[in-house]
Design a protein around this ligand. Sequence first.
Ligand code: ZN
Ligand code: ZN
Length: 274
Amino acid sequence: MKPLAFAVALAALGDTHALPPALQCALNSAAFEALPPPGPNDWLANHPEKGQTFDEFVRSQPNRPTAQRRTIYLQPLGTFELGPLKEFTEAFFMMPVVVRAPLDLTSAKITSRKNPYSGQQQLLTTDILAFLRRQLPSDAFCMLGITMIDLYPDPSWNFVFGQATLRDRVGVYSFARYEGQMRRNCKVVAHETSHMFGIEHCIYFRCVLNGSNHLAESDARPMHLCPVDLRKLQWSVGFDVLERYRRLRDVCRHAGFADEAQWYEREIERCAKS
Ligand SMILES: [Zn+2]
Ligand SMILES: [Zn+2]
């Protein structure tokens, strides 16, 4: 990492010396890669963002799981295979995950359009988010809608992979551009659900929270959190970081994400002695 980028990333992580040794070890790893400067079509070149440090995150008073609200709901909007999505989400957030019975959007009066360039049918995310808010169970930390239909957040946009609120506990994402590709789906679920913990896009490292403008950029994201965002999620949920890494390793192995399973295994070995 270049010295300036390194100093910025270190400042974003905040003061970690009072944290448990295993967590300090996990946060202080050479396995995290710097985020290279954006190309002209990449997210940060088109949506300049200033990043969210750990301290800024805490000061924003984000939603945290409570005894009353601690379940993550996945809400299929239609019928399709979810593969390892439930197990992955459970391990990623270390919280109970419930997959609800599929809901049909046809009666929900969701605004739709044909994309002006591709002619593809698209649904307006803000209408879906309002619909999901009305369905939110009383014990939900958050609820993520999943659809097979492509999405757009605003008439001026071409499309969006997904959208989630930082405060309102609802999000939605689409399988349309990722059909049958579970690695991509798991990444988007991790990304959109993390937003509902108040975690904003990551500009510091290669991270599952990097913004994404196109498929190649989505694919360049790893499935794991960088240290800044790992610290945020750990602060919010309070899990044991090595227990989380072991569960993610097992889920990734089982799902056939061999490189990610290996990444977790190396980090577990490195920090288990700490
Ligand atoms: Zn995002
Ligand atoms: Zn990050």
